[in-house]
Design a protein around this ligand. Structure first.
Ligand SMILES: [Zn+2]
Length: 573
């Protein structure tokens, strides 16, 4: 694993203590001349300085080298901010396993580390955080009692001090030489992290190559946000074990970070050069700060005045406009309304549904969770987005992000644009009805305020699943209905061609919904054909003002008041 020619480099930690290595880095002169690193993928030999400048990647092919803890800390933390915790804990050897103590000693000598994890606290982009970095070079980063204890103490102290936790995972799994005591570390770390979560604190798990076995099956997969490095091998059973079990070769890319994101297990794959920024954004989005310097907002009154009832457009005209390909999609609104947006993926169970997007956004100095239904604007994108018709895993992603928002105390903004939830056999197999019902039940219990905007089609239960909100707004040409007019005509009159007539009867326009008390306000659109990508700015500005005004109105309300207000809103129907 450790190459001879790397031995004296400070960032490898080799042959020195971590502290001395870190000190050498701080002094800035810690990179001796004449050191090179060979890439195990392309064979290129590069100057170590160039490798470090490229965030420990191969300058020739981009391959990710394993980063020792000191290098990782210096990449992420503000210089001089790291304070190490729980150094030099006595080694554990519960089985008195032959040769184990000698092995630990030799790894200590070779790596300059006392165990397979370094823990402490430091500052990332102005935010103080507890942080732990595992080292794959120390007995394959395996988790014995000392690793489990250090991670647990880090978490417990963070809970006490109200700090977030960031853990960089790199591990072959539980440490065999410590038998059942190793297995118990999975339980110990998981329960400490549960308490940390219950305190409303953020835990970010960053999965690096490789993260396997008992570490995957405990703290690595418990992040409120789970990030991964590109190409990292992540799994429970190792590829060789799986291949032996099934007697087949595994396909290329199996258990890689990209595979995990596609299967809903990872929030986001973040390249190394973006990690510090991404972590900084996440840390800030979990802080409950006092706000001032509010934008002034016109709010409800301005919107009500915009309601026009003598428009020449018929209900059917609006149905056609709401489905128009020229209309902006949810992600285009996100780009126009918010300053920054970090998209998060997956339901942590099955997949990442392209028909629902979600993440954390910044607006006027505040952080909100945004969840939207996403249509495509090209054939390929429409296939990927399933024409904006979510699958159960889409609703479960929305649900996960709502719970995450609740845990962080962050308000939620939903953008609805769907013909309806997907109707297909596979959606039924995975519980489409259950997924929508759970969204409704869980939304009703959120202590954070929720504001929903219907931006296009609001089709049935698939739209309602994101609309059990404290306030609901519709764009002037959006529609909101129990069923599509075609479906309605087909069921009631056995004639889908009478959709235009049905649309007129169903009371699906924004003005009609406002009269029924289903929505709270109407966002005006440009005359005639409504909002398009070209005219998006004006409409987006109104949505932005409405959101900021909403956030200000709910800012002082406690969780119980927010829940009650929402309960009464829907109780009246
Ligand atoms: Zn290379």
């Amino acid at each position: 694993m450790m190459k001879g020619f790397m031995k004296k480099h400070p960032e490898t930690g080799t042959g020195r203590t971590l502290k001395r290595a870190a000190a050498a880095l701080r002094e800035g002169g810690g990179i001796p001349d004449g050191l090179f690193r060979k890439c195990e993928v392309c064979g290129e030999i590069s100057d170590t300085e160039a490798v470090i400048a490229a965030y420990h990647t191969c300058p020739a092919c981009g391959h990710y080298f394993r980063i020792p803890p000191a290098g990782r800390l210096s990449m992420l933390l503000e210089p001089g901010s790291f304070e190490e915790w729980d150094m030099m804990m006595p080694a554990s050897d519960p089985l008195s396993f032959p040769g184990y103590q000698e092995k630990i000693s030799s790894y200590r000598g070779a790596t300059g580390l006392d165990e397979a994890v370094v823990t402490g606290c430091g500052v990332i982009q102005g935010c103080r955080t507890a942080i732990g970095i595992m080292s794959g070079d120390f007995l394959m980063g395996s988790m014995g009692a000392v690793v489990g204890e250090k991670v647990t103490r880090l978490t417990e102290r963070a809970t006490q001090e109200g700090l977030p936790v960031i853990l960089f995972c790199c591990s072959g799994g539980a440490r065999m030489q410590e038998g059942m005591i190793s297995l118990m570390q999975m339980a110990k770390t998981a329960q400490a992290l549960k308490r940390h979560e219950q305190a409303g604190l953020l835990f970010v798990s960053v999965l690096t190559d490789p993260t396997m076995g008992g570490v995957t099956a405990s703290f690595a997969m418990l992040g409120n946000v789970i990030l991964a490095e590109p190409g990292a091998l992540i799994g429970f059973a190792g590829p060789r074990v799986i291949e032996q079990t099934i007697g087949q070769k595994l396909p290329e890319g199996f258990q890689r970070a990209e595979f995990l994101q596609e299967h809903g297990m990872v929030d986001k794959i973040v390249p190394r050069n973006r990690l510090r920024q991404t972590l900084g954004f996440l840390l800030k989005s979990w802080e409950r700060t006092e706000r001032n310097g509010h934008e002034t907002a016109g709010g409800l009154h301005a919107l009500e005045e915009a309601t026009s009832e003598d428009s020449p457009l018929s209900a059917w005209d609006r149905v056609r406009i709401s489905r128009s390909q020229a209309r902006p999609t949810a992600l285009q609104y996100v780009g126009a309304v918010f300053e920054r947006f970090l998209e998060l993926h997956g339901d942590r169970a099955y997949g990442d549904d392209g028909a629902i997007i979600g993440g954390i956004a910044e607006i006027a100095g505040r952080y909100v969770t945004v969840i939207g239904q996403q249509k495509g604007r090209s054939a390929a994108e429409n296939r990927r987005r399933n024409y904006g018709m979510p699958q159960p895993e889409g609703y479960r992603k929305a649900l996960r992000l709502m719970k995450q928002a609740e845990q962080a105390g962050r308000p939620i903004i939903c953008l609805v644009d769907t013909p309806g939830a997907f109707c297909g056999p596979e959606a039924e197999e995975r519980g489409q009805g259950e997924a929508i019902a759970s969204c409704l039940a869980e939304m009703s219990d959120l202590g954070v305020p929720v504001c929903t905007f219907l931006i296009g089609e609001g089709g049935s239960g698939g739209a309602l699943a994101l609309s059990l909100a404290n306030e609901v707004y519709m764009l002037e040409n959006a529609v909101y209905s129990i069923l599509s007019p075609e479906g309605f005509a087909s069921i009631l009159w056995k004639d889908a061609k009478r959709a235009r007539e049905a649309a007129g009867l169903m009371k699906i326009t924004a003005a009609e919904q406002k009269k029924l008390g289903i929505i709270d306000g109407i966002i005006p659109e440009p005359k005639d054909n409504g909002v398009t990508v070209e005219t998006l700015k004006e409409t987006a500005d109104t949505i932005r003002t409405t959101i900021v005004d909403f956030l200000e109105r709910y800012e002082e309300m406690d969780g119980a008041a927010v829940r009650n207000q929402r309960y009464e809103r829907f109780r009246k129907f």
